[in-house]
Each structure stands twice: as structure tokens, then as C-alpha cells.
Design a protein around this ligand. Sequence first.
Ligand code: ADP
Ligand code: NI
Length: 214
Amino acid sequence: MYTAWIEKAEILAQDFFKDDASGHDLFHTMRVRSQAVSIAQEEGADVLLCELAALLHDVSDEKFHHTQSSGKEYLQQWMIAQDIPPAERNKLNYIVESVSFKGGSGQVPETLEAGVVQDADRLDAIGAVGIARCFMYAGSHGSPMHDPEQRPRYNLTEQEYRDNSASAVTHFYEKLLTLKDTMNTPSGKKRAEKRHERLENFLDEFYSEWNGNS
Ligand code: ADP
Ligand code: NI
């Protein structure tokens, strides 16, 4: 059953994300999917469940719907239309709800599979791809790439996190550099450490060029 659902979820994601330029395009979902499969294999998690949840993880996000509950409802209706049984729907809902970052106030996942998919999603926000997404996001929201006067805000509420005044560089401090310490699985941690190093190297080089030192 899972392989048929995965094929359908792929079609849903292709359709759903076809016009997005804010960092949540189809390729984000596809990268999270391959990252989730690879981590699930290393961690001995349920690979097909992680793959399906990764494909669905952003479809119900409130960013793409009028309200949080209409996003949730959209995913429920889709799962029901695919004849996904209630027990599987519950597992998928739990994973999808665990994934969101929400300014750091999101929940710590209590199942291995939720931890795997959350790790996969967070990994996509750091490293080379994460840097690119961050600058894309800032550009698409009219934020500057860097404002030397701006100080990062910590312990943000979801609302503060969603107000898009932060520059791309400030976003490194408010979110990206904190992600490696929120990984759930050993494989996620290992991958996050490498990507974290890329963030730090990038910032060193960025400031050096910004200040005319190289
Ligand atoms: P999620 O729903 O996974 O928390 P977000 O919508 O917060 O994702 O972020 C999508 C992408 O845009 C991520 O790569 C994130 O790091 C980046 N991003 C979010 N907010 C900002 C911001 N204020 N400035 C730059 N990049 C941002
Ligand atoms: Ni995502």
C-alpha cells in the first residue's frame, strides 16, 4: 500500500508546490524525502512511513492555507481520498505536526520516524542549500541580505519569528546556527555538524569580504 500512496503523494507535491519561489518549492520536498529515506535507513526506522510523511510534510502548512485548521483538513481529505486507514493517518499526522520549526517553539518528536523527518527538514535549512534558501527567502520578502546594525532576537515567539524583518545574515543567528543542537537522531546530528561548519565558514568569508579584508 505504501508504495502506491507514495506515488500519489509525489503527484500531490508536484501539483501543490509548482509555483513556489519562497524556499518551499517542490525540490525542497524532494530533498527532504531523500534525506529522510537515507536517515531512516541508517537509523533502522520505518523507511516507507518516513518517505510518505516527508512528501506530505509541507502540504498542510498554514503558510499555504488560510488557517492552520484548513491546512490540516486539506491533508485529512487527501489521505481519506487515498483510502489511507485511520491508524496510518494518525502516524502521518503526528509526524507532519512535529516537523515545523515555529521559531523554536515546536514540539520534540516522540517517535523515531517523526524525529527522522524533522531532522531531514531541518538539515535542508543549513549547509550550502540552507544558505541559498535563506537568501532566497530574504529576497522574496524584501529583507536585506545584511544590516550591520541589526541584533539577533532570541527565544522568539512564533509570531515574532514569522515577522520577516530579519536580514538573511540575522536569520543565521536566530535560527540556522541553532539547528544542529536540535537534531533527534545520531545520523541527523552527524550531518548537521558538517553543514553547521559550512555556515560558520560562510559567515567568516562574508564578513571578511563585507569589511574589505579579502
Ligand atoms: P519551516 O516551516 O520549516 O519552519 P520556514 O518557512 O520558517 O520553514 O522557512 C523556510 C526557509 O526560509 C528556511 O530555509 C528558513 O531558514 C528560511 N527563512 C525563514 N525565515 C527567514 C528569514 N526571516 N530570513 C531568511 N530566511 C528565512
Ligand atoms: Ni519543509
